[in-house]
Design a protein around this ligand. Structure first.
Ligand code: PGA
Length: 257
């Protein structure tokens, strides 16, 4: 059975003081528990040390929302994967739709970033998903397959352990609109099949695929109950302790806890 993950993507929220408080709230609620799944918080860069100080490993892991495609050097404003690992991160989100849209990031960059994450001994969470107009045109499967086939075959050392996929339909992110469990399951199945063609069936069967897009306490159980949904990447609802912990509990229940 694949181990579920509930990952909070804090986006551009929570400076060090607020981040420490949020992480401490989550940690206090889960402390001493042996969870079946994994829990991850991904604060802004400057908040990572404050969060690492209160969430030292399981049950609450710390991740970053992005990293440089370069290892070091004259790259003003960038943060390397190795620095994030040193600061306590175990995971890095790559290719979030907001970075695709606002920073115009491309497949070449995603490949380099994921390779840097792997070189630093961390796990990459690779995001992908179709736009509303692509779904309306009936192109969602083709779009998702292209997003996966543009990156996965070129990775130097991807395994089921150091790579997690996150299907995030852009029309569901921050909109309050969630994919139905049926849509999520279907798209995860399509994604797993494509990953199987690229990385091999054995790896694909063990690869975790998270769902992201307005996942909240009221819909998490149904989403996580789908065969190919292995947890969630949570934006808005990760900023409230009660909501985030309720989603963690939904994952625990889905794993039989
Ligand atoms: P949301 O964001 O839960 O606020 O829709 C999800 C994400 O962008 O990862």
């Amino acid at each position: 059975m694949r181990r579920m993950m509930v990952a909070g993507n804090w986006k551009l929220n929570q400076g060090p003081a607020a981040g420490r408080e949020l992480a401490a709230g989550v940690q206090a609620r889960l402390e001493g528990r042996t969870l079946r799944g994994e829990v991850l918080c991904c604060p802004p860069f400057v908040t990572i040390p404050a969060v690492s100080a209160v969430a030292q490993g399981e049950p609450v892991l710390v991740g970053a929302q992005d990293c440089s495609d370069q290892a070091s050097g004259a790259y003003t404003g960038q943060v390397s994967a190795a620095m994030l690992a040193e600061a306590g991160c175990t995971h890095v989100i790559v290719a979030h739709s907001e970075r695709r849209q606002y920073q115009k990031e491309t497949d070449d960059l995603f490949v380099a970033k994921i390779d840097r994450v792997h070189e630093a001994g961390m796990t990459a969470i690779f995001c992908f998903g179709e736009l509303l107009e692509e779904r309306q045109a009936g192109r969602e499967e083709e779009v998702v397959e292209a997003q996966l086939s543009g990156v996965l075959p070129r990775l130097a050392s991807a395994t089921a352990e150091n790579l997690i996929l996150a299907y995030e339909p852009v029309w569901a992110i921050g909109t309050g609109e969630t994919a139905t469990p049926e849509i999520a399951q279907h798209m995860h199945l399509v994604s797993r099949a494509e990953a199987g063609r690229i990385l091999g069936e054995d790896t694909a069967a063990r690869l975790r695929i998270l769902y992201g897009g307005s996942c909240k306490p009221g819909n998490a159980a149904e989403l996580f109950g789908q065969t190919d949904v292995d947890g969630g990447l949570i934006g808005g609802a990760s900023l409230k302790v009660d909501d985030f912990v309720a989603i963690v509990e939904a994952a625990e229940t889905a794993m039989g806890g």
